[in-house]
Design a protein around this ligand. Structure first.
Ligand code: FAD
Length: 432
């Protein structure tokens, strides 16, 4: 396994937000769209996003697979067929909800607000073993890696198993190009300024939506695969803050534990979760300059926060410029904006109905769930990866990550990335 980032352990994760942004993310924590109106976060470390995410692990509803089946013409994309892959993955993970007594005040505001508005909410399901909640551990720190090895990231779940089976890892090794003929795949990579060339019979590309798509574009696959780079989605996220008279301390304890589960809200095309972020991120999300910005930051402890994540319909595009640099064309369409607006208005109501004195909607939109670019599908003219998880026409190159999503699901993607990867692994073995 070749990984551009470093490998960290519970003992070596960077100790603060500034350091983990610069050491564990691509481009210091942020890629921007071509108009610089939207930011994207993607991990750069062994274990990828699973190391720095919240490990909220949801299955997709059957209707998502119905949409995907229609878009891809692939029959295996059904809830019933995917169930066995979810089951198999979940056998290897410890999944739990946060007990009610350990929800923080931000979660209580979310729950009260949903109930006042007559809407259904539910606990989030998280992958963790022991977060020492009763000792007052603040889980927000695990956005820079879990110092307790509690979070069910790849580092403590599937990677050790793969290593038991002989997986070798080369870190700080960036793959620049891959070439393939019927006999072998040749991978060109850069490690500490040195170029490397590796040959293998088969290769699985798993660099995430941006990583995989840009690598395949740099390797000139666009000629044979015209859909490469098309259909990028990211669940554009808007952070909304309610300002209360008393401290809410949204950053304390288990900072993310509840979500919307209301069919009507879901049908409007967005999801809600209680959430917060560490201080540098909050500073970035807060409007104004100088004194105005300072006034917001002084309220840090009094802020409640709910995210609106839009199930985006606008098809973004991933490209490379003439120098091979990543270009992401992604804007909110009118429909995406409508979904965002309804979500934000709903959350604003929640805040005011639960006693907020003021509401601030962050002017900053960002995407954490980067999906698509190498869509699954039967037709090579409108998709990139076939039902065997091969690039169309290349039986020795597989793709196994979020780049294969044909549409935005509107649900946290990580568990389904694993479930699809489980299916891909079955196909790889079947075709060996
Ligand atoms: C802050 C944050 C919180 C999130 N919370 C959740 C959550 O709670 N639940 C959820 O479902 N999802 C969450 N997500 C999203 C989720 O983590 C991602 O969707 C998921 O990790 C994507 O998996 P992937 O395998 O597609 O790619 P990644 O996890 O991004 O892995 C790709 C890996 O490939 C490496 N790579 C890329 N290009 C190259 C190259 N050319 N050479 C070598 N290596 C390369 C990268 O460095 C990276 O390590 C969150 C994301 C963020 C940023």
């Amino acid at each position: 396994m070749l990984e551009a980032g470093k490998e960290f352990t519970a003992e070596t994760f960077p100790p603060n937000e500034m350091d983990y942004n610069s050491q564990m993310f691509w481009n210091g924590g942020m890629d921007l769209n071509s108009k610089a109106t939207m930011a994207f976060l993607r991990a750069k470390c062994v274990g990828g996003g699973s190391v720095i995410n919240q490990c909220l692990l949801d299955r997709f509803h059957d209707e998502v697979f119905e949409e995907w089946r229609e878009a891809s013409s692939l029959d295996f994309l059904t809830g019933a067929e995917m169930k066995k892959h979810y089951d198999e993955i979940e056998k290897n993970l410890v999944l739990q909800e946060i007990p009610p007594e350990y929800r923080n005040k931000n979660a209580e505001i979310f729950i009260n607000g949903m109930e006042v508005m007559g809407r259904v909410w539910s606990p989030l399901r998280r992958g963790h073993t022991d977060c020492a909640i009763e000792e007052g551990n603040d889980c927000i720190a695990c956005l820079g890696g879990c110092h307790r090895d509690s979070k069910q990231s790849m580092l403590v779940t599937f990677l050790p198993r793969a290593r038991e089976h002989g997986l070798e890892t080369m870190t700080e090794t960036t793959v620049k190009k891959i070439e393939a003929d019927k006999q072998e795949v040749v991978v060109h990579a850069l490690k500490s300024g040195e170029t490397l060339q590796l040959e293998s019979k088969k290769c699985v590309v798993a660099g995430g939506s941006f990583g995989t798509t840009s690598l395949l574009l740099a390797s000139n696959f666009k000629k044979q695969l015209p859909a490469l780079g098309e259909g990028f989605y990211c669940h554009p996220q808007i952070m909304n803050f309610g300002v209360y008279d008393e401290p809410i301390d949204s950053h304390k304890g288990m900072f993310q534990s509840v979500k919307s589960a209301d069919p009507e809200l879901h049908a409007q095309g967005f999801k809600l979760e209680n959430v917060f972020a560490p201080p540098i991120a909050i500073a970035l999300l807060t409007p104004g300059y100088g004194k105005q910005h300072q006034e917001w930051m002084k309220k840090f402890r009094n802020l409640a926060c709910i995210e609106v994540a839009v199930k985006d319909v606008g098809r973004g595009r991933i490209k490379l410029d003439k120098k091979g640099r990543l270009i992401v064309e992604k804007n909110l369409t009118k429909e995406d904006q409508r979904r965002a607006r309804i979500g934000v208005e709903f959350v604003t109501d929640i805040f005011y109905k639960t006693g907020a004195k003021k509401v601030m909607v962050s002017p900053f939109t960002f995407g954490l769930h980067l999906m698509g670019g190498c869509s699954l599908g039967a037709d090579p003219s409108i998709s990139v990866v076939n039902e065997e998880f091969n690039l169309h026409g290349f039986e020795n190159i597989y793709v196994s990550d979020s780049s294969v999503f044909p549409r935005a699901p509107g649900v946290n993607p990580a568990l389904t990335i694993m479930a699809l990867s489980h299916r891909a692994s079955e196909r790889i073995l079947a075709n060996w």
